[in-house]
Design a protein around this ligand. Structure first.
Ligand code: ADP
Ligand code: ZN
Length: 607
C-alpha cells in the first residue's frame, strides 16, 4: 500500500480530517473485510469506498440503482482528478465500448454500474478478467422486500462474493431498521461484515410540523425565509406538483414541477436546472430525489404526509447535506391519512405488507403529534436515543399546548389488558365509548369494567391517544397479530400512574419561530460584496466547465475563503474542500477575486 488514507483525503479531496467512522471503515476495507455501513444522507458514505478504490490495486466497482446519481458522482470525481466512469442504459453502445476498453486497460479507478447490468453474464465475464479493488453496493436497502425501495435486481447481487473472492464488499445505505439491516447482510451474503451504524442525527436540520389549515398560505409564509434558495416541495399527486409549481411562479419564485408522468426530456431538464442553479424550487412527487446529491438544498417542505418515518427521514435528509442550516417543514391533515390508506388498500400488495405499511403510517402520524422535542422521538425510532432536547425543532422552540393524559392513557391501557391484548385501536375505542357493535357483543366486551368509561372524550382524541402511546413506547402494535395493541415494559408505570404523560392539545395553532434565510445567517453584511463575487466566480467556472456550481466548490468552502481570505496558493490549500486538483484548476481565479478585495480594502483604508 502506497499512501495512507489521510493523505488521499487531504491531497485529493482537500478535507483536513475524517468524519465519524470513515477512517475505521476505510481501514477495514483496506484489510479486505466486508462491511455494512449505515449513515444518514450526507454523512459521507461515498468517501468510504472511493478512498479504498484509489488505494487498493484494481478498479473499484460501485453498484448504484440510479442513473442520475451515477452521473453526478462520476462528474464530481472527475473534477477531483479521479478516473471514473459509469455503465448504464443512458449510453450508446459506442460509449459503453469505450468505457469497457478503458476498464480492460486498467485505467479506471472507479466504475459505477447499474444492478440490472451487473447481473448479466456479459458484464460479469468482463469483470472477471480484471482486478477489482472493492465492491460497493449503494442504497443496499433496495434488497429488502419489506422496504419501500425494493428492486428485484438487487436479489441477484448475493453471489458477488463467490464470483469475486477476496474482494472486500461494502453495503451502504441511509435507511435501515434492525430488521432491514439483517436482511441486507443475509441477502447480499456479506462475509462476517463489520457493522458501522453512524448516529442518525442531522443537527443542522430544523424540524417543524404543522396541521394543515391553509396549505398554500402556510407554504408561502415558510418560503419567505428561503427566498433565492434551493429547495424541494413534496406533494402526493402529479397534478398537484404542477399546480403548486405554477402558483409559486406567480408568487415570484423560480419553481419547476417534477414527477414520473412528465416527458423524459422535461424531467431531465428540470432536474438539471435544479442541480445547476442556486435558487430553484422543485415541486415534486417522491419520484424525485433518490440520488439527488445536491449539497446546498436549504429546505425540504412536505405539503402531504409521506408514508412512513423512514420515507420522511430519507426525503428530509436531502436538505443541508453540506452541514449548513436547513429546514424540514411539513403540514399534514387527516385527509392525507385517509388518502394514503386508500392507496394502500387499493394496491396489489399482500395483506401482511399492507398491515405493516399501515403501522408505519401510524407511527409517522404519532410523531407528528408529539409534544416536546421532535428530534428525540425521531432518532429513537431509528434506535438512536438522545438524552437532551435538541433546541432546533418546533417542539423545542415553540412548545405545543398540552393536556395531562395520564388518566386517559390508563383507561386505554386497561382496555388493552382486559380484552386480552388481541384487538386493534378501532375496536378498543368502540369499547371505551360504550358502543354495542357486533364485535363488541360477540366478544362480550360490553361486560368489561372498561366498557363505556371513555365517553368523556371523542373517538378522534382516543385514536390520537393510542398513537401517542405507541410513539412513546407504552403500547406496541403487533404486526404478527393483525395489528393488535399489546402492552410493553413501560405500560406498567403508566397504569400505576407513575409516568407523567402530556399529550398534544389544539394542534391547529402552530407557530414557527421566524428565522433569517440560511445564507443570511452566515454571511455578515460587510462581507456580502465579496460573498457575491466569490459566488459569481464559481458560477462562471461552472458554466465554463458545464457542471453545477457546487461541483466547483461547496458553499462551505466559499465561506471559509470568506473567513480566512487566503492570498497564496498554499494558504488556499488550507481551505477545507480545496485539494491539489481543484487548486490547479480554479485556485488562481478565486485568489484573484480575494486579492482584488484585499487591494480595495487597503485602498479604502488609505484614502
Ligand atoms: P452520503 O453519500 O453519505 O449521502 P456524501 O458521501 O455525498 O454523503 O458526502 C456528503 C458531503 O460531505 C459531500 O459533499 C462530501 O464531499 C462531504 N464530505 C465527506 N466526507 C468529508 C470529510 N471527511 N470532511 C469534509 N467533508 C466531507
Ligand atoms: Zn428539539
Amino acid at each position: 500500500m502506497s499512501l495512507p488514507p489521510q493523505n488521499v483525503l487531504e491531497d485529493v479531496f482537500g478535507y483536513p480530517e475524517f468524519r465519524g467512522q470513515q477512517q475505521s471503515i476505510i481501514e477495514a476495507t483496506l484489510a479486505g473485510r466486508d462491511s455494512l455501513v449505515i449513515m444518514p444522507t450526507g454523512g459521507g458514505k461515498s468517501l468510504c469506498y472511493q478512498i479504498p478504490a484509489m488505494l487498493r490495486e484494481g478498479t473499484g466497482l460501485v453498484v448504484s440503482p440510479l442513473i442520475a446519481l451515477m452521473q453526478d458522482q462520476v462528474m464530481a470525481l472527475r473534477e477531483l482528478g479521479i478516473e471514473a466512469e459509469f455503465l448504464n442504459s443512458s449510453q450508446s453502445p459506442d460509449e459503453r465500448r469505450e468505457v469497457m476498453s478503458k476498464l480492460r486497460q486498467g485505467r479506471l479507478q472507479l466504475l459505477y454500474v447499474a444492478p440490472e447490468r451487473l447481473v448479466t453474464e456479459h458484464t460479469r465475464s468482463l469483470l472477471r478478467d480484471i482486478p477489482l479493488s472493492v465492491i460497493a453496493i449503494d442504497e443496499a436497502h433496495c434488497v429488502s422486500q419489506w422496504g419501500h425501495d425494493f428492486r428485484s435486481d438487487y436479489l441477484g447481487l448475493g453471489d458477488l462474493g463467490r464470483l469475486f473472492p477476496g474482494v472486500p464488499r461494502m453495503a451502504v445505505t441511509a435507511t435501515a431498521t434492525d430488521k432491514t439491516r439483517e436482511e441486507i447482510v443475509a441477502r447480499l451474503e456479506l462475509n462476517e461484515p463489520e457493522r458501522y451504524v453512524a448516529p442518525f442525527d442531522r443537527p443542522n436540520i430544523a424540524y417543524a410540523v404543522q396541521v394543515k389549515t391553509d396549505a398554500r398560505g402556510q407554504l408561502l409564509k415558510f418560503l419567505q425565509t428561503h427566498r433565492n434558495e434551493a429547495g424541494i416541495v413534496y406533494c402526493l399527486s402529479r397534478k398537484k406538483t404542477e399546480s403548486i409549481a405554477s402558483w409559486l411562479c406567480g408568487q415570484g419564485f423560480d419553481a419547476l414541477p417534477y414527477h414520473a408522468g412528465l416527458a423524459a426530456e422535461v424531467r431531465t431538464e428540470n432536474q438539471r436546472r435544479f442541480l445547476a442553479e442556486d435558487g430553484l424550487v422543485i415541486v415534486a412527487t417522491i419520484a424525485f430525489g433518490m440520488g439527488i446529491d445536491k449539497p446546498d438544498v436549504r429546505f425540504v417542505a412536505h405539503l402531504d404526509l409521506p408514508k412512513s418515518i423512514e420515507s420522511y427521514y430519507q426525503e428530509t435528509g436531502r436538505a443541508g447535506r453540506d452541514g449548513e442550516p436547513a429546514d424540514a417543514w411539513m403540514v399534514y391533515g387527516l385527509q392525507d391519512v385517509v388518502r394514503l390508506r386508500q392507496m394502500l388498500d387499493e394496491s396489489q400488495a399482500s395483506d401482511e405488507y399492507k398491515r405493516y405499511e399501515g403501522f408505519k403510517l401510524d407511527a409517522l402520524l404519532g410523531w407528528c403529534e408529539v409534544t416536546g422535542c421532535r428530534r428525540r422521538p425521531l432518532l429513537a425510532y431509528f434506535g438512536d436515543s438522545q438524552d437532551e432536547d435538541c433546541g432546533n425543532c418546533d417542539g423545542c422552540l415553540t412548545p405545543a399546548k398540552t393536556w395531562d393524559g395520564a388518566e386517559a392513557a390508563q383507561k386505554l391501557l386497561s382496555a388493552v389488558y382486559r380484552s386480552g391484548q388481541r384487538f386493534g385501536a378501532a375496536h378498543l375505542v368502540d369499547v371505551l365509548l360504550g358502543k354495542e357493535t357486533d364485535k363488541v357483543l360477540q366478544h362480550g366486551h360490553d361486560q368489561l369494567s372498561v366498557f363505556g368509561i371513555g365517553k368523556d372524550l371523542p373517538a378522534t382524541t382516543w385514536r390520537s391517544v393510542a398513537r401517542q402511546l405507541i410513539v412513546a413506547g407504552h403500547l406496541r402494535a403487533d404486526a404478527a397479530r393483525f395489528g393488535a395493541l399489546v402492552l410493553t415494559e413501560t405500560s406498567r408505570g403508566v397504569l400505576r400512574g407513575e409516568t407523567p404523560l402530556l399529550f398534544r392539545k389544539d394542534p391547529t395553532r402552530p407557530v414557527m419561530a421566524s428565522r433569517k434565510s440560511a445564507t443570511a445567517r452566515v454571511v455578515a453584511d460587510e462581507d456580502q460584496g465579496l460573498w457575491e463575487a466569490l459566488r459569481a466566480c464559481r458560477q462562471t467556472l461552472a458554466n465554463e466547465h458545464n457542471v453545477p456550481a457546487y461541483v466547483i466548490f461547496h458553499d462551505k468552502t466559499l465561506q471559509e475563503m470568506l473567513a480566512f481570505r487566503p492570498q497564496t496558493a498554499s494558504e488556499m490549500l488550507g481551505i477545507s474542500g480545496v485539494g491539489q486538483t481543484k487548486l490547479d484548476r480554479y485556485g488562481e481565479q478565486f485568489l484573484s477575486v480575494l486579492r482584488d478585495e484585499a487591494l480595495s480594502q487597503e485602498h479604502r483604508r488609505g484614502t
